[in-house]
Design a binder for this molecule. Structure first.
Ligand SMILES: NC(=O)c1ccc[n+]([C@@H]2O[C@H](COP(=O)([O-])OP(=O)(O)OC[C@H]3O[C@@H](n4cnc5c(N)ncnc54)[C@H](O)[C@@H]3O)[C@@H](O)[C@H]2O)c1
Ligand SMILES: O=P(O)(O)OC[C@H](O)CO
Length: 346
């Protein structure tokens, strides 16, 4: 089998994953949108807009020609923002063949359809959704390129495909676990960004650790509730894609979602925040998607609802906190679909 791997798009996460593959001695081709970025990666071995100050392995080649990037590759790793996934997967179709392992590492939904990324890719490539692999978990690009110990999960309905992805990425600083629950891994990876925005907002408002712990814990309850309703394995939410990623995103200074939330908490408008970020903040779109999902599935998502009002209806963040804290008394396990849980235990 060829050692060539193509990585589609050289944002922060695509570049970091390319660097992991390069350190595993793969022949790594990165597809970039601009000649300028391809030239920078090929000649200076940097990608300064997305990973300032980092020197990339010299065995990463970049090109704007998707055919050259993908031709004869054993695997394609798609790391586009969720908003661009259909467009990028659509462009891949004419260069892709059925032998290739397809992995994506994007955390979000398609906004209009509420489809998961694996569904969007499968539709565009005209292949079975079950053969696609998702890579997720607590992993900031800034730390991965510095080879800080990191653990992730690769999930697919096809165990062989998940193991092939594990083999491709695994090394001494990047530990990869497999999981069969692709639905749960994709849902957890997308939904945690909403809670991270909330945690950032809480910090921006000057609240303390109690508030953040509450958001993380009640956030996982909210993610679990919707995940179980949609048929995910509840244990996935206790794993790397769930609590692991929620902790890192809600507490790390590297998190784009936490940073955006923090600025909102300090009184900046959403437009001001997004224009100052220069990188994708998936939690904003995902909050919109979750607002519709909660109504569609009849699942209560109080944190996502309040975030929606702040982001899209100009609610003051303090009034959103009052909205959350002022709700009626509940039991901790209220609204958990226990029948679904029991299905996993029979
Ligand atoms: N950055 C991280 O540490 C990290 C870690 C894990 C997962 N992720 C996920 O990876 C995905 C990508 O995030 P990122 O942080 O790399 O984003 P980023 O903002 O750093 O980079 C986005 C890249 O997408 C490209 N792009 C945008 N629209 C495009 C289009 N229509 N066609 C082709 N390319 C397009 C941009 O040019 C840029 O190279 C997100 O879903 C994010 O949640 C990010
Ligand atoms: O920087 P964020 O907030 O987009 O989070 C990136 C990753 O999802 C962390 O695992």
């Amino acid at each position: 089998m060829s050692d060539k791997v193509a990585v589609l798009v050289a944002g922060s996460w695509g570049t970091a994953l390319a660097s992991v593959l390069a350190s595993n001695n793969r022949e790594v081709w990165v597809w970039t949108r601009t000649e300028e970025q391809a030239r920078e990666i090929n000649e200076s071995h940097t990608n300064n807009r997305y990973l300032p100050g980092i020197t990339l392995p010299s065995n990463i080649q970049a090109t704007t020609d998707m055919k050259a990037a993908v031709q004869s590759a054993a695997a394609v790793v798609i790391v586009a923002p969720s908003s661009a996934m259909r467009e990028v997967a659509g462009q891949l179709k004419e260069h892709w063949n059925d032998e290739m392992l397809v992995i994506h590492a994007t955390k979000g939904f398609e906004l209009d359809s509420l489809k998961r990324m694996s569904t969007v890719i499968a539709e565009e490539l005209g292949c079975e959704e079950g053969r696609i692999v998702v890579l997720s978990g607590p992993s900031h690009a800034e730390e991965v390129v510095r080879r800080c110990p990191t653990t992730v999960v690769v999930a697919s309905a096809d165990a062989n495909a998940a193991e092939a992805a594990q083999d491709l990425f695994m090394n001494t600083y990047f530990r990869v676990y497999t999981n069969r629950d692709m639905l749960g891994v994709e849902l957890a990876g997308a939904l945690k960004n909403i809670i991270a925005l909330g945690a950032g907002m809480s910090d921006g408002l000057g609240f303390g650790d109690n508030a953040k712990a509450a958001l993380i814990t009640r956030g996982i309850a909210e993610m679990l509730r919707v995940g179980m309703e949609m048929g995910a394995n509840p244990l996935t939410f206790a794993g790397l894609a769930g609590i692991g990623d929620l902790v890192v995103t809600a507490t790390s200074r590297h998190s784009r979602n936490w940073r955006a939330g923090s600025m909102l908490g300090q009184g900046k408008s959403l437009d001001e925040v997004l224009s100052s970020m220069g990188m994708v903040v998936e939690g904003v779109r995902t909050t919109k998607a979750a607002y519709t999902i909660s109504q569609k599935y009849g699942v209560q998502m109080p944190i996502a609802d309040q975030l929606y009002h702040v982001l899209f209806e100009n609610r003051d963040p303090r009034s959103a906190v009052e909205g959350l804290m002022g709700r009626g008394p509940k039991t901790e396990m209220e609204m958990m679909p226990l029948e679904t849980w029991e299905q996993w235990h029979t």
